[in-house]
Design a protein around this ligand. Structure first.
Ligand code: NDP
Length: 290
């Protein structure tokens, strides 16, 4: 079947990568961006520049948004809301699950349908095999446009609740930001000791590469409520992270990150989990610190 036509609004780094892949695959493409010049390259390759947002919406049933967040969506669509009826808006801008659900209601009140997406790769991953995007929202509209969305990345449909794609995205991001901070902490410690990021790269990458094994080991135990201290004990972890904190302090680098881990482990010890696995801290993390 012929590549389906669609509209793409928002041409930041992500939107421009998407536009390029869609044109490469032969999709008739209508584009609009607040800063018009960001569309020039795509227009030179055959994309149609819509004169305004309402015209961009009117051009196609399928409208993909790639904006900073949901506030940008309201800023853009509010003045053109009359053109939303009958549109399927696929919003690939990241935000919270609650903001996404509110956005879905806002679009529905204006006669359109919101499909929410969470892209899990950087712009360079668009159009690459192995790249994937979470989607959620009304199944029928999603399935109708799935083949077109597959031009961007593989699609991972999570269900009808529009917040689900954002939830999966944020589950990935809380791990990404905190894991990357652990890496910057290691780089700071290395630097204080005359080692560069490149010097420690094999060791740092090896440490990260070992993580999936730990996840696979602990996931079924945690799901079963099993925090048995048979392979590790929180008391051991608390002593270990104290060594980490002192190593940072001795090197004269920031200790905010190990301080936070020490504080969490101390709460676990105070709650009587010293002889349990350090996985028991997940029970503390299930509620606010208070
Ligand atoms: P940007 O923040 O660079 O996207 C900016 C786009 O949003 C531009 O088109 C910009 O217009 C538009 N925009 C922002 N605010 C407004 C507004 N008030 N009114 C009109 N237009 C507005 O993000 P990216 O392109 O990098 O990413 C897009 C989305 O994809 C984000 O939600 C991001 O979290 C997500 N994402 C990004 C990844 C990445 O590596 N870049 C990876 C995974 C997800 P203008 O050009 O005029 O400024």
């Amino acid at each position: 079947s012929r590549p389906a036509p669609l509209t793409l609004v928002g041409l930041g780094p992500m939107g421009r990568a998407m536009g390029q892949v869609l044109l490469d695959r032969g999709h008739p493409l209508t584009v609009w961006n607040r800063t018009a010049s960001r569309a020039d390259d795509l227009v030179a390759q055959g994309a149609v520049r819509a004169p305004d947002v309402a015209a961009a919406l009117a051009a196609n049933e399928l409208v993909v948004l790639s904006l900073t967040d949901y506030d940008a969506m309201y800023a853009l669509l509010e003045p053109a809301a009359g053109a939303l009826a009958g549109r399927v808006v696929v919003n690939l801008s990241s935000d919270t699950p609650e903001k996404t659900r509110a956005g879905a209601r806002w679009i529905a009140e204006r006669g359109g349908t919101l499909i929410a997406g969470g892209v899990t790769v950087p712009p360079s991953g668009i159009g690459e095999p192995g790249s994937s995007t979470f989607y959620s929202g009304p199944r029928e509209e999603f399935e109708r446009h799935r083949a077109t969305l597959e031009a961007l990345t593989r699609t991972d449909y999570r269900g009808e609740d529009p917040g689900l794609a954002a939830l999966m995205y944020q589950i990935g991001m809380v791990m990404f930001w905190t894991s990357m901070l652990s890496y910057w902490q290691a780089v700071a410690l290395a630097d204080a000791n005359g080692l560069t990021a490149s010097d420690i790269l094999p060791h740092a990458a090896g440490t990260m590469t070992a993580m999936p094994g730990f996840l696979s080991f602990y996931a079924p135990r945690v799901d079963a409520g099993n925090h048995e201290g048979d392979v590790d004990r929180l008391a051991m972890g608390a002593a270990s992270v104290e060594h980490v904190r002192h190593t940072m302090a001795d090197a004269g680098v920031d200790t905010a990150l190990p301080d936070a881990v020490v504080a969490l482990f101390e709460r676990g010890m105070a709650a009587g989990h010293g002889a349990d696995s350090f996985s028991s801290v997940v029970e503390l993390l299930k509620r606010p610190a208070g």
